[in-house]
Design a protein around this ligand. Structure first.
Ligand SMILES: [Zn+2]
Ligand SMILES: [Zn+2]
Length: 444
């Protein structure tokens, strides 16, 4: 009896595998047919990275390739942003987004196509430049996807809107494109799609965190005022260094004592500056904080508690002036529409194989794609594994993490990463764009 059941199970699983592979074989062929150009573009983009808000040549390359594929291309949208539209009859408008920018990081991967670019940053410093966040994977994949979608217009209907966004790393690019009329000069999408590389998954796999995927991020600067003087005469001073030290400890109990366990929150003091010399008590001390959360309620609580703690510590020390607490930069949490996550998760699982799709936990990092969601575009934002599968297994066994995004050693496994990105984008877009059936974009 056991043998019969086992035999039936084997037959059933073989049948499943066959269905998955026959569904996939035509898509695999489509991806293979565009891959050589995609790889050339990727290596070129990787070797010629440009810093945030300076993505002039990168944007021009994408614009010319998309124009050649038949897209109606508009350049210089919110800086170096590019909008490429392909209209294909009645139906929803679906947006796919890539970023354009690279980072001031000196590449140490040793790859034959490693970047050797150096430039001056906005402050005039000489810096090396590297695509250390994988935005070159996103761009090259988007062009490959654009080509497949343009060649197979019989398989979808509606409007495909491809956007290339500048300045993601400095979190101003999405807002810049919106302010320049992204959703008024061009159609407002019914659904938005984006992916991001990660070494937390091996190449070939994708993941999605439904609902909150990435966090709110607030940059907070605190100036603490004291009264300076001689280091040997503390009784004549109010020491801002001591107030700063107490403030830091006070800030560290906000998350542990005031936020309900299970509600993710982070307060990191990334820098403390004050003073010039051992025997001088300074007038001021400065703290730089990174504050992370998911929900608006937790965010509000953290920001107001930071004010309260900073003020109370200054008052306790009899400081001559209350501290200045400023929120200098903010990005909203990225929310994945749960219905879209469910529907498109199934689509990806079917196309890539169930073992190549997983629900991932939310992360406390952030990015400005959230600005498009805030502007009213329900979205599907997923993660693309780019780790070399062998190195991924070794890292799991040894417990030594692989280099993360922004590391000088970040090196996506090129071919499977690009191919999986294109495959995933095409199946998601075809599903959202009706796939020849009467279904429309959902999840709203
Ligand atoms: Zn990044
Ligand atoms: Zn990035």
């Amino acid at each position: 009896m056991k043998t019969i059941i086992l035999a039936l199970m084997i037959v059933a699983s073989a049948a499943r595998a066959q269905t998955a592979s026959s569904n996939n074989s035509s898509l695999t062929a489509e991806v293979n047919s565009v891959y050589p150009q995609v790889q050339t573009l990727y290596a070129d983009l990787h070797q010629h990275p440009e810093l945030s808000s300076h993505e002039v040549n990168t944007a021009a390359k994408l614009a010319s390739q998309l124009r050649a594929l038949g897209y109606a291309v508009t350049e210089h949208v919110g800086g170096s942003g590019v909008v490429a539209l392909l209209r294909n009859g009645a139906g929803p408008t679906i947006m796919l987004r890539t970023e354009l920018d690279a980072l001031p990081v000196e590449e140490k991967t040793g790859l034959p196509y490693a970047s050797k670019v150096r430039t001056k940053d906005d402050a005039g410093h000489d810096v090396a430049v590297m695509h250390a966040c994988g935005h070159d994977i996103h761009m090259a994949a988007l062009v490959g996807t654009a080509e497949i979608m343009a060649k197979t217009k019989d398989q979808w209907h509606g409007t495909l809107m491809l956007i290339s966004q500048p300045a993601e790393e400095t979190v101003g690019g999405a807002k810049g494109m919106l302010a320049d009329g992204l959703f008024t000069r061009f159609p407002k999408p019914d659904v938005g799609v984006a992916l991001h590389t990660t070494n937390n998954l091996p190449a070939g796999k994708v993941g999605i965190a439904p609902e909150y995927a990435l966090s709110n991020a607030d940059t907070v600067n605190i100036t603490i005022y004291g009264r300076g003087g001689h280091g040997a005469r503390p009784e004549t001073t109010v020491d801002p260094i001591v107030i700063a030290a107490r403030t830091i400890l006070g800030l560290q109990t906000i998350v542990s004592r005031e936020i309900k366990p299970g509600n993710p929150a982070v307060i990191t003091v990334g820098y403390i500056q004050g003073g010039t010399k051992n025997n001088i008590i300074p007038d001021e001390a400065h703290l730089g904080l990174s504050v992370r959360s998911f929900t608006p309620e937790v965010r509000k609580h953290l920001l107001s508690a930071i004010q309260r703690v900073a003020k109370a510590e200054a008052e306790a020390a009899d400081a001559p002036k209350l501290p200045l607490v400023q929120v200098t930069e903010s990005t909203d949490a990225l929310y994945n529409d749960p219905k879209l996550a469910d529907r498109l998760g199934q689509v990806l699982s079917q196309a890539l194989g169930a073992g190549n799709f997983e629900k991932s936990p939310p992360e406390m990092v952030s990015e400005d794609y959230s600005a498009f969601v805030q502007a009213g575009v329900p979205s599907f934002y997923f993660r693309l594994g780019v780790a070399d599968p062998v190195k991924f297994k070794e890292s799991e066994a040894s417990g030594v993490p692989l280099p993360s995004n922004h590391s000088p050693f970040f090196a996506p496994d090129m071919e499977p990463s690009l191919k999986t990105a294109i495959e995933a984008e095409v199946v998601v877009l075809r599903n959202l764009l009706g796939n020849g059936s009467s279904s429309t974009a959902g999840g709203q």
